[in-house]
Design a binder for this molecule. Sequence first.
Ligand code: NAD
Length: 483
Amino acid sequence: MTTQPKASHFIDGQYVEDTAGEIIEVIYPATGAIIARLHAATPSIIEQALTSAKRAQKEWATWSPTERGRVLRKAAQIMRDRNHDLSVLETYDTGKPYQETSVADATSGADSLEYFGGLIASITGEHIPLGEDFVYTRREPLGVCVGIGAWNYPTQIACWKAAPALACGNAMVFKPSETTPLCALKVAEILHEAGAPAGVYNVLQGYGSVGASLITDARVDKVSLTGSVPTGRKVYAAAADGLRHVTMELGGKSPLVIFDDADLENAVSGAILGNFYSSGQVCSNGTRVFVQKGTKDVFLERLSARLAGVKMGDPQDPDVNFGPMVSDRQRQIVEGFIAKGLEEGATLITGGKRVDRGGFFIEPTVFADVTDDMTIARDEIFGPVMSVLDFETEEEVLARANDTVFGLAAGVFTADLTRAHRMAAGFEAGTCYINTYNDAPVEAPFGGAKLSGVGRENSKAAIEHYSQIKGVYVRMGDLDAPF
Ligand code: NAD
């Protein structure tokens, strides 16, 4: 497969290049090899993208919801037909194993396109009777939306933003992460091939400064960011200046609570999925694993035994189930946290070292005896590092689980039905799981409370964030005035 795209940007229905832009080297995380060279968007590229989006949006919004939905559903079908190639590319872009990308990335993107393509025709306004008079509401697009992506799920993030935005009649200018810039170009190609008018979905490349210059442009009506909390703060503040709509999908340090009565194997599976899938580079990961005292030893025993099933290697090999960190920098950040864990007195159960092979691999790492004040229990690590903390009572663990500035996700494993729902109600988090972890179907809302974000992606809730209601008052009789 050739990983070098035809050009860096996809604007107004075609690939465009401006070699004056800063170089972006794309690195295959499993080997460290450079697999593509792109250029960051110059002011001229940004201008082309916004001009094109502004023009295209006007036309796109005149299409009926059914017509727009048909384009999205066709794009979903093309993505499914090309799942293999898209998954191989996702693996080159991110280093995530093909075993994951072939079931979680283009497929999730296709689900999103299909769901919003199907939903949009059923979204209607209201008729509000006022005696003789009445008000009716129209659900209208926002206009031009800017999407800015993180590096861990480049295809999924591109689609999770594009699908509701386009379904509602908006146009989008999407800037992928500079670390994984390849996949969104394929999403743009596919949407165009499925019949989206030129300019409705544009992709341009760049570092943070390109994202920053998009947000403040007068033509932009909404910004949707997936990224870290520090970036979220900057983007939210910049968007506030123009009172633009925002969706912020940010970081987390989510709790996963395992009670003594939980099914042990399922709980271990949840902890594995919530810490080591995508080598731990998942925003909603349950990285603070609270295990009730009676279960701690047997939990750690089973977890260690199950970790023997980790198979590292070339992520393109379908048997490999654990890939590298996305970059050397990310690996160094994770190593810094592991060193802090040791220094602050946590017990290293397994892992902790980089792996002696090409690329940016690091072992799946488990710390036990972690306390609430340790750095590894407070900060988002974004790597394969699980912290196991002990607890005794439900009341205690809920208070400790919520003692964080983040609020993206939370999970509980227990056989006690009423306790499970009490915990879900008590968690200060946008997305909760009972006896499972990290499922993210498009039908369910996804997003964070507290510093983890604003707004929701997926589900009917996303429609609220990509459209606005207009109320139209209709007077049927004569109008009185004081003079
Ligand atoms: P990041 O915040 O460094 O970058 C995210 C994006 O923002 C990149 O495209 C970057 O170029 C851009 N950016 C940086 N500075 C900017 C600025 N001033 N203005 C506009 N854009 C700017 O995040 P990352 O390292 O790419 O991703 C990891 C983070 O993303 C983690 O914190 C993770 O939890 C979070 N994340 C959240 C979700 C979610 O849905 N909640 C999903 C995936 C990742």
